[in-house]
Design a protein around this ligand. Structure first.
Ligand SMILES: C[S@@+](CC[C@H](N)C(=O)[O-])C[C@H]1O[C@@H](n2cnc3c(N)ncnc32)[C@H](O)[C@@H]1O
Length: 220
């Protein structure tokens, strides 16, 4: 049986480079092609029709997701599948009680930034089923789930928490009270043992939805 090939499309050369590096580490680089392209624009020729397309945490970034879904439909063979995975929002990392300051800091930060985050995202927490159907797909399954990373958490979770909290800090724009701001700054201090880059009590909480959609097989 021929081994399957994967073609990854993204506009970010860094993401594609990291993907190639990961494939090399796993010994699967000979089965991976990467195409740097803007998914909102017409796609280059991708070769033979695909059996499976997978859109992970990308649709909500697109200016024209309807157009991208139509192009995905055209790139699949009749009967082929598209899996779309979208997160509910940014993950959460902090325990309710940090042992310093008032409990619930992350909830308070999120409550203050939620309206602006929703305005800034092109398609926040969208239901993608209607868009999939508009593009011609039949939606066969929809499932919400909470991915759990391996324990102990990898160091990359601390770096991810640092990046997300840095964005939150900027989005808060002086609206957080001084005590909370002080604790947030402590969490972001790379040299502080209580900072997210060092502390051992971080978590990774997020929810995602998976839609499985099929290009209908040719009838008759
Ligand atoms: C949250 S990341 C997800 C990355 C990866 N798919 C994953 O699941 O880990 C969103 C990705 O969408 C890509 N992206 C956003 N808008 C795009 C566009 N118009 N064309 C191509 N890629 C785009 C970004 O470069 C980024 O790699």
């Amino acid at each position: 049986m021929p081994r399957s090939r994967v073609t990854a499309l993204d506009r970010s050369p860094q993401l594609l480079r990291r993907l190639r590096e990961a494939a090399e580490r796993r010994g699967t680089a000979d089965r991976l092609g990467t195409v740097e392209t803007d998914l909102d624009a017409p796609w280059p020729d991708l070769g033979p029709s695909a059996d499976l397309a997978w859109a992970s945490a990308s649709l909500h970034h697109l200016a024209d997701p309807d157009g991208t879904l139509r192009r995905t439909f055209a790139a699949l063979r009749p009967g082929g599948l598209l899996a779309v995975v979208e997160p509910d929002g940014l993950p959460r990392f902090l325990p309710a009680d940090l042992g310093t300051g008032r409990p619930g800091l992350e909830d308070r930060c999120r409550a203050l930034t939620a309206p602006r985050t929703a305005e800034a995202a092109l398609h926040p927490a969208a239901d993608w089923a209607p868009a999939l159907e508009r593009a011609g797909f039949t939606v066969e399954a929809e499932q919400r789930y909470a991915p759990r990373p391996p324990r102990p958490l990898p160091d990359s979770v601390g770096r991810y928490a640092h990046a997300v909290l840095t964005r939150l800090r900027a989005a808060l724009d002086g609206r957080l009270d001084p005590e909370d701001t002080e604790v947030l700054d402590l969490l972001l201090d790379p040299s502080d043992p209580e900072g997210v880059l060092s502390r051992q009590d971080l978590d990774f909480r997020t929810e995602r939805t998976l839609w499985v959609a099929r290009r209908p097989p040719v009838s008759g």
